[in-house]
Design a protein around this ligand. Structure first.
Ligand code: AVI
Length: 322
């Protein structure tokens, strides 16, 4: 049993960690993977040969940049290209380069939770594509989207790449897409990347690489708790474990305690007990099929305008309208 005490939480992080680790079964949110070290590990994941998602989306954007750009700039109307979770913008730059070379009139509005990531992205775009107008927004997707200024004669093209949607349960994805729909006019477009169902082994390999980068990424959440909440998680006593259910398309990441152990989280005045082989669920990475994307779109009030897939049919980018 956990020893629960009455704690006044100073941050949502503290509250989420407390609630997740005193629940049964235990869970932590994958959004807490991304501190400076986690961002770096995720960059390394994206560069791994096993993590096919990045290359697949890169291929799609490279191959179809002309078609995609012409859908964005219909009737030569100016538009605002709003990217949710822009990160380093590596893939988006394929489109940005093409749009810049074609002298298209648009404003790029990257939104990210990390000011540091935004500043780096902003200066690299200024350097590589000086003609592009950039208007950065730091914040959560919705706060930033709510406050974004788009002139009434400009269309909104909203990008959500990298199968980031896959880190949400279907009900949350529907809520998320529905909220975006509320900000869209009938002329606006939503461009989303979805990782597809495929050979289950390919998926397991992408989330359980031999070099252990994904394991380090998953365990980084424990390091973060150790550092910011003064805890004593022993990383050696946890195993990274990945599962994939080919029927539902859900890949799940866990940290499994390899021994009976007690962990102290000083700042939360909390002792957590783990039985040997007890789990902490940390992430879902959903894989999709046509049927599921249609179900999400329908429930969020969106229609599918068109779709693009890579050569291996590993990944698809969909364009939705309201
Ligand atoms: C950010 N997100 C889409 C990645 C994914 O594929 O679920 C995060 C990740 N987790 C392990 N590897 C990569």
């Amino acid at each position: 049993m956990q020893e629960k005490t009455t704690v006044l939480f100073k941050t949502t992080f503290e509250e989420d960690i407390y609630n997740g680790l005193t629940d049964y079964p235990k869970h932590l949110s994958s959004k807490y993977f991304y501190d400076t070290k986690g961002d770096k590990l995720f960059q390394e994941i994206m560069a791994m040969p096993e993590y096919y998602l990045t290359d697949s989306e890169y291929d799609i954007l490279s191959k179809y940049k002309e078609q995609i750009s012409s859908l964005f700039q219909r009737d030569s109307q100016s538009f605002n290209l709003i990217e949710l979770g822009a990160g380093d913008g590596k893939k988006t730059k394929i489109l940005l380069e093409h749009l810049s070379n074609s002298n298209v009139d648009f404003v790029y509005q990257p939104i990210d939770i990390s000011q540091n990531a935004l500043d780096q992205l902003g200066s690299s775009i200024n350097e590589e594509f000086p003609k592009i107008k950039v208007n950065k927004r730091q914040g959560t997707y919705f706060n930033a989207l709510k406050n974004i200024e788009v002139p009434s004669n400009s269309r909104k093209i909203i990008l959500f790449l990298g199968s980031n949607i896959g880190n949400m349960e279907h009900s949350d994805a529907i809520e998320f897409l529905s909220s975006i729909t509320q900000y869209m006019n009938p002329d606006d477009l939503l461009f989303v990347g979805f990782d597809l169902k495929k050979n289950p082994q390919t998926i397991l390999d992408a989330y359980n690489d031999q070099t252990g980068i994904t394991a380090a990424f998953n365990k980084n959440i424990l390091t973060r708790i150790n550092t910011s909440l003064h805890a004593n998680f022993n990383l050696e006593a946890f195993k990274h474990w990945e599962t994939y259910n080919p029927e539902t398309g859900t890949a799940k990441s866990y940290l499994v305690s390899t021994i009976d152990q007690e962990v102290l989280i000083e700042k939360l005045e909390l002792k957590i007990n783990f039985n040997a082989w007890e789990t902490i669920h940390t992430e879902i990475s959903q894989k999709y099929d046509e049927h599921t994307v249609q179900m999400l779109a329908k429930n969020a009030g969106l229609t599918i305008e068109t779709e693009f897939s890579d050569q291996k049919n590993y990944y698809k980018n969909y364009i939705f309208k309201k």
